[in-house]
Design a protein around this ligand. Sequence first.
Ligand code: HEM
Length: 102
Amino acid sequence: MEEFTAEKLSQYNGKNQPTPIYISVKGRVFDVTSGSSFYGPGGSYEMFAGKDASRALAKMSKNDEDISPNLDGLTEKEITVLNDWEKKFEAKYPVVGRYITC
Ligand code: HEM
């Protein structure tokens, strides 16, 4: 399975068309190109494109400091929210690789 560093993933941010748009959730990279109305330029969630959005999804936050794979200090409720997002992504988008931190 293809491995993505933060730097490599950032190239799939929707700004380099026709490159696909990728978002990582809990270490799995999803091809969200079919959701480009959300994640493409001008979309409501374009800040997540090319990033691991796990923390932001857990906290229902679009703040830059929350757009991170770091799950430290999340509440049980936030973890549940994140797991629900993971299920939604699994049902809707193909997995294309894994996010790695080194
Ligand atoms: C007033 C606040 C909000 C409203 C009314 C709202 C509403 C919506 C709606 C209507 C959709 C489209 C759902 C669909 O067609 O499947 C959507 C998608 C989405 N929302 Fe929000 N949203 C809000 C806030 C947020 C926040 C704060 C986040 C931060 C995590 C968020 C994350 C997302 C994501 C990631 C999607 C795209 C899911 C996908 O790829 O299918 N939303 N939202």
